[in-house]
Design a protein around this ligand. Structure first.
Ligand code: ZN
Length: 392
């Protein structure tokens, strides 16, 4: 079987944010893009050509913020149960979530933690071979201050300093997740919660993580909690509602990623009483976040698409489409939005030569029906997915 394939792509989005190109010839060999150039009939043998002239090629997607041990169900009883499920039940839930991610072309995910560390244990000893194409990055259990928000996704630091906790825990994780603020209020619009960790403690913790070769994803909403996370040198700010222009400018300057998880707010708002006060606050929160995303784009912040899938109403896989739609609403072109869901995500996860259709890079890509104008909806029914050396 020849490992070489020659493809005619009707359109191609390369993952860099550059405008889509029409009629592109893509030659791949042994899991690597070998040649990408404008298509011309004379230069190829038609019998060897894979004709995707009615489709758009784009890099495989990255969801930079998920919670694999939870589903997006809005049934509160099931949600409660999922928090205390045993490992065997959790494994089934994680496998279902991975299947959904895979079918939506998501070939890399960064887990933001769960209270039992199940995603990490799944990766360590139960990763189903059928999901081997997915690069899974896990945090284990997130860290939060006792008495503060975070028990859904991790554990409190019971004694000592955060840096000591990070240093002494098991090392089968890919990054550290720290909760640095509360959740956004649904009763008081824009109300900021106090930071959880003092700047010195956070700085020290992030430095220890860096010594261990681990990046830090920091949950932070509000000016002060985000400001501290940035000053402490985090790798990415998660959510970042109400952080303000100063923090956005700082983020652009420092090259720190922002994962705005806007759809999670929209979904949360849809779960509370229609016409009620909480619904209104949620919608205003979302509006504010979209304005921040518009500003971030102008300031040159590196954004990554992360869905917070596993939150209420946020379903693994399809949520990437929902989040991409909000990027478009915030003024991103589809190519720019795809960049946030491919190259930027791959960079944040430390995936080498992934997230871009480029000579010499890995051949993880999606074949979506129709032209780029069908995106992101066309990701609901993907024609083919190529991972490594084969079509799945
Ligand atoms: Zn989360």
């Amino acid at each position: 079987m020849s490992a070489e394939k020659t493809i005619l792509a009707g359109w191609m989005i390369d993952g860099t944010g550059a405008p889509a190109r029409e009629k592109v010839l893509v030659r791949i060999r042994n899991g690597v893009f070998e040649e990408i150039r404008p298509f011309s009939h004379s230069a190829v043998n038609p019998s060897e050509l894979i004709d995707f002239s009615e489709y758009t090629l784009l890099p495989a997607l990255v969801d930079a913020h998920v919670h694999l041990s939870m589903s997006g169900t809005i049934d509160q009883d099931i949600r409660k149960r999922q928090l205390s499920d045993d490992l065997e039940t959790a494994k089934k839930c994680i496998s279902r979530n991975l299947a959904q991610l895979l079918s939506h072309g998501v070939l890399a995910v960064r887990d933001g933690g769960d209270r039992n560390g199940y995603a990490q244990r799944y990766k360590e000893n139960a990763m189903d071979v059928q999901y081997a194409a997915i690069s899974l990055r896990v945090a284990g259990k997130a860290w939060h201050k006792p008495g503060r928000y975070g028990s859904f996704v991790g554990r409190a630091l019971l004694k000592g300093r955060l840096a000591d906790g990070i240093y002494s825990e098991n090392r089968q994780i890919d990054h550290i997740k720290i909760i640095q603020s509360g959740l956004n209020s649904l009763t008081h619009f824009g109300k900021e919660s106090l930071p959880q960790f003092h700047i010195n403690e956070l700085k020290e913790a992030i430095a220890v993580a860096a010594d261990l070769g681990l990046k830090t994803m920091v949950h932070a909403n509000g000016r002060l909690p985000v400001g501290i996370a940035l000053a402490a040198g985090c790798s990415s700010v998660e959510h970042g509602f109400f952080m303000g222009e100063g923090n956005l400018a700082r983020m652009a300057e420092m090259g720190i990623f922002w994962v705005p998880t806007a759809f999670a707010m929209k979904a949360c708002g849809a779960c509370v009483d229609e016409g009620g006060a909480e619904r209104l606050v949620a919608m205003k929160n979302l509006e504010c976040q979209l304005e921040q995303m518009t500003l971030a784009r102008r300031l040159g912040v590196s954004l990554a698409v992360g869905t917070d899938a596993g939150s209420i109403g946020v379903h693994h896989g399809s949520a990437v489409i929902d989040e991409l739609q909000l990027f478009l609403e915030a003024g991103f072109s589809i190519e720019e939005a795809i960049k946030c869901a491919s190259l930027n995500g791959a960079n944040l996860l430390g995936l080498e030569r992934k997230g871009r259709i480029q000579k010499g890079w890995c051949t993880d890509f999606i074949v979506a029906k129709g032209s780029p104008s069908s995106l992101p909806e066309s990701l609901n029914d993907i024609f083919r997915i190529h991972a490594g050396e084969r079509f799945l």
